[in-house]
Ligand binder design. Structure first.
Ligand code: GLN
Length: 539
């Protein structure tokens, strides 16, 4: 078996430069050369995982098949590569310390003093190897920005990796910013110089620099960066802003990044095949249809909170060559007196209510679902969105006026959505929901069946509440189709309307986590298909 080579991706100057995306795009490029990659993210914060963190601060919590609640960058990894992403793919400072402290309490350090170096750094290195999963190349992204106090143990650990594994087997790629300063009419290299200096002070000499800019770096500038940062000129790569994030692998390739990586790591591969990526970028840039989708939620000011969701909608668009316009609507606004829904949704082709927690904005979401149902607009409800579609149907079609989810009203007479039995005794918040992949059986002759084209599927979950089976008969008698259930029939997983509505679909799981640009998820593909119109036909 070939030995795994490691690529460590760090970031400097500012956050939000797209480090996760860059790592994912490198993964895609290496796969295009027939290499098997693994992907991992090390996060310096102290939370054990991001599961309990507020999406306003941290963005989406990405859920893996094996039920890990992880950083949203893992979503990029899965969308761009075939790497198996799961519990071993995301470690935080909290998780590393939790493990070391547990060992200490068990007496496993035999009376020794437990220290950051070597005990914490050894544990980090153990986790890095765990994530490598026997791949040809293991890509490891370090969260945060070089210079942060909390990233130091991670940087020290990856510094040691090169000493442990040899310079042929370890590569450091550093993402920096090269800003264009308007008043000087010039691109500036100083932030990059400082950021590399900070890395070198802790013993890491980057081999490749990815320079985030809004324009291609001229040769002279690359030469300057190379000289000041002590890297090869061919290893100064322009990471230019692009129209679609799926163009990033192509831009990196044009800059010679994959060529440089395989050379530095001393790996022989054939020529890369990027045909599929070229094809989706072409489809993205040349749409023939368009659709405006309203996402009715509460994190409307932080799009990162709906990362996988927005990407999955775009994947549906790529499939149909449909330009997808997304508008984010704060559901609380719909609750206000005088809110005119026909004005809000007048130009919208489809409504989506995503997952969520907590009671804020719930009634607004129910109003939006009612609007979509009555006005026969394509509707897609995910997790909370599906639960509220059930509440809306119960209230307005089944005469259950006080129907609600027990999450929002514990004492409701009609808890059509209720806490799952196994959730009742749980007090801890972290990692205790129904998490990860579960099978679902789909009934014949339903919209769900036509979407999936098969009866047995598996999708990822993250919830505590479920459809209350006491109301099964009442709701089905009035036309709500319960088209997907757990194989034992106990948990309702999909609801839909088959008669008289063009496309009304709600699922208890999160299909957005499994959509990829090259393989759009069937529900998103069909939702966009149902919502889009010819470009010219649209006003
Ligand atoms: N809050 C709901 C529950 O816990 C829905 C969760 C979600 O949308 N992910 O069941």
């Amino acid at each position: 078996m070939r030995k795994t080579k490691f690529i460590f991706v760090t970031g400097g100057v500012v956050s939000s430069l797209g480090k996760g995306l860059a790592a994912a795009a490198i993964g895609a490029l290496l796969e295009s050369r027939n290499l098997r990659v693994s992907m991992q993210k090390l996060d310096p914060y102290i939370n054990v995982d991001p599961g309990t963190m507020n999406p306003f601060q941290h963005g989406e919590v990405f859920v893996t098949d094996d039920g890990a609640e992880t950083d949203l960058d893992l979503g990029h990894y899965e969308r761009y590569t075939h790497a198996h992403v799961g519990k071993k793919s995301n470690f935080t400072t909290g998780k590393i310390y939790e493990s070391v402290i547990t060992q200490e309490r068990r007496g496993e350090y035999l009376g020794g003093t437990v220290q950051v170096i070597p005990h914490i750094t050894d544990e980090i290195k153990r986790c890095i190897k765990l994530g490598a999963d026997g791949a040809d190349v293991a890509l490891v992204e370090i969260g945060g920005t070089v210079g942060d106090i909390e990233s130091l143990p991670f940087l020290e650990a990856i510094r040691q990796c090169r000493v442990d594994m040899g310079s042929d087997n370890v590569l450091y790629i550093h993402l920096t910013l090269v800003p264009f300063i308007k008043t000087a009419d010039e691109l500036k290299t100083k932030p990059t110089q400082h950021s590399v200096k900070a890395l070198r002070e802790i013993g890491i000499q980057p081999n490749v620099l990815l320079c985030r800019t809004d324009r291609f770096l001229p040769v002279e500038l690359k030469k300057k960066i190379a000289l000041f940062c002590n890297v090869d000129e061919a290893a100064v790569i322009t990471a230019k802003d692009v129209e679609t994030i799926y163009e990033v692998p192509l831009v990196f390739h044009k800059e010679g990044l994959d060529e440089k990586i395989v050379k530095l790591l001393n790996i022989w591969t054939g020529a890369p095949n990027l045909k599929k990526w070229e094809d989706i970028v072409h489809r993205w840039k040349n749409p023939v249809k368009e659709a405006t989708i309203a996402i009715v939620g509460k994190y409307v000011y932080l799009k990162e909170a709906y990362k996988s969701l927005t990407e999955a909608l775009y994947h549906g668009g790529i499939h149909s060559r449909c330009k997808v316009h997304l508008i984010y609507i704060d559901s609380e606004e719909l609750e206000k007196d005088g809110a005119d829904l026909s004005e809000v949704f007048g130009d919208v082709d489809g409504i989506l209510v995503p997952g969520g927690f907590g009671s804020r904005g719930i009634e607004g979401k129910i109003k939006a679902i009612n609007y979509a149902r009555v006005n026969k607009l394509p509707f897609f409800g995910i997790c909370l969105g599906m639960q509220l579609a059930v509440v809306e149907y119960a209230r307005n079609t089944c005469g259950l006026r006080y129907a609600n989810s027990a999450e929002f009203n514990k004492d409701t007479e009609n808890p059509v959505i209720d806490l799952m039995l196994e959730q009742r005794e749980i007090k801890d918040k972290g990692g205790t929901m129904r998490l990860g992949a579960y099978p679902c059986t789909i009934s014949d002759g339903t919209l769900a069946r036509s979407i999936y084209g098969e009866a047995e599927i598996s999708e990822r979950h993250r919830h505590r509440y479920e459809f209350n089976n006491d109301f099964k008969d009442a709701l089905s008698e009035k036309g709500l189709v319960l088209s997907g259930t757990s194989p034992d029939g106990k948990l309702v997983e999909i609801v839909e309307l088959t008669d008289g509505h063009p496309w009304f679909f709600g699922c208890q799981f999160h299909p957005e986590f499994k959509s990829k640009p090259l393989v759009p998820h069937p529900i998103f593909r069909e939702f966009i298909k149902a919502s889009c119109k010819d470009k010219k036909a649209k006003k």
